[in-house]
Write a protein that binds this ligand. Structure first.
Ligand code: PLP
Length: 414
């Protein structure tokens, strides 16, 4: 009955189906004998979702009306104010900054593509990217184009970025660049200050014709797990005083940093030197909110407001988050250490929930690993390992097994 339109709809989600196989195996041989590295959430060593207790305490303290009332279409005013501090910390860029609440970072991606690119346009992202970028673009009648993310030294490939921006701006008047940083999914990459400078320099150079409109979308879904909470935000200062035809939109998400994955809360925040463009941002994105999900999840917005209104509470949340981050960092350090021991090639991981092991024939390597009860997601040119979901003990074992599986498949013995 459904009208497919131009969309490429496939019924089965690869990540969920591998996760299901991992769970089936765990019920047969015991979870302690299975590595399930599919899930993009922070799990404890037993595989249970880690939830910050302070956040749930705040939720429980909300009044029935604070929980149940509709939120305004743009979001609860206090949330819209505090979300700027939540995302930028002490590095609030100069310019006009407006925020609109969205259901998670996903909602911000959707509204950005809808409002800042035209039908049939290509949206540009890195060649390693989060699958839903394509799903959302496809749903909205846009295409995804990619640039090569890393050069031979595993630095950000600015030359490839420049050539794709140049190519696309010759063909379309609007360009949305989706850039997931810091702590990129799936590689864990975070650009250096020089790389951020080079990236903005390319945009200024390639968009010197003011008829061209560029939106740099910074998907900061993992910022709270990207190292030091203060310095990991310092790159935001670089977005002060960009030309008027370059707007930055930052996606804020409460899924990971506040462990409210299922609450569907986030925001899109613009940075522009032009007041009218900022007002337009507010108007068009409120319109899109109304036309899709209407308004966001009020209790989540109240939780953020309560945290930022109360210094003690802010400190408590920060301390709990630091502990969670510490767990993740310890696992990642162990994995990297063993990867080096077993000469396992990795994309340049700096922080975050995922690591990527580039390899040929990733599907076959993934299947080979499943024989050893290791469940990891093949993503085209490599394997995505969710370090967020795997205990430190298991992180010690996996690199050698992956190296062996790659060898076996390469030699044709899989
Ligand atoms: N961007 C990336 C790269 C992600 O991995 C995710 C979640 O997995 C999101 C955005 C959005 O998450 P949410 O919509 O839950 O905020």
């Amino acid at each position: 009955m459904a009208v497919p339109g131009k969309r490429q709809i496939s019924g089965n989600d690869k990540i969920f189906s591998i996760n299901k196989s991992a769970q089936d195996m765990a019920s047969k041989v015991g979870p302690e004998n299975v590595v399930n590295a599919t899930i993009g959430a922070l799990l404890d060593d037993k595989g249970t979702l880690m939830v910050m207790p302070s956040i749930i305490d705040i939720y429980k303290s909300l009044s029935p009306v604070e929980i149940s009332e509709y939120a305004p279409i743009a979001g609860v005013p206090s949330f819209l104010e505090y979300v700027k501090s939540a995302i930028f910390g002490s590095y609030i860029p100069e310019g006009y900054i407006e925020a609109v609440a969205t259901p998670g970072g996903t909602g911000a991606i959707r509204n950005t593509i809808q409002n800042y690119s035209s039908m049939d346009d290509a949206v540009l992202t890195t060649d390693w990217f989060w699958g839903p970028y394509r799903t959302i673009s496809d749903e909205l009648g846009r295409k995804i184009d990619t640039f090569t993310m890393f050069d031979k030294e595993n630095n950000l490939n600015i030359a490839s970025f420049e050539s794709k921006v140049n190519y696309l701006l010759k063909r379309q008047s609007h360009l949305v660049v989706l850039f997931n940083a810091p702590a990129h999914n799936p590689t864990g990459f975070t650009p250096s200050h020089q790389e951020w400078d080079a990236l903005t320099h390319v945009l200024k150079k390639e968009a010197r014709n003011f008829e061209k409109k560029v939106t740099l979308f910074i998907d900061a879904a993992y910022i709270d797990f990207a190292g030091d909470p203060d310095s990991s935000r310092s790159f935001f200062s670089k977005f002060s005083n960009l030309p008027e035809n370059i707007m930055v939109i930052v996606a804020f998400s409460m899924s990971k940093g506040y462990t409210l994955y299922g609450m569907r809360s986030g925001a899109m925040i613009c940075i522009t030197p032009n007041k009218t463009i900022a007002q337009e941002f507010k108007t068009v994105n409120m319109y899109s909110n109304r036309a899709t999900w209407s308004n966001g999840t009020r209790p989540a917005m109240m939780i953020l407001s309560k945290i930022f209104e109360d210094n003690q509470l802010s400190k408590k949340v920060a301390a709990e988050r630091a502990e969670f981050k510490n767990t993740l960092e310890k696992r990642a350090a162990v994995f990297m250490d063993y990867a080096e021991k077993f000469n396992l090639e990795m994309c340049p991981y700096k922080a975050g929930f995922f690591m990527t092991i580039p390899c040929h024939n990733a599907e076959a390597v993934g299947n080979q690993l499943q024989k050893a009860s290791i469940f990891i997601v093949p993503i085209g040119k490599g394997l995505r390992f969710a370090v967020s979901a795997v205990s430190e003990e298991k992180c010690k074992i996996v690199p050698e097994k992956i190296a062996t599986a790659i060898n076996t498949v390469t030699k044709g013995n899989g």
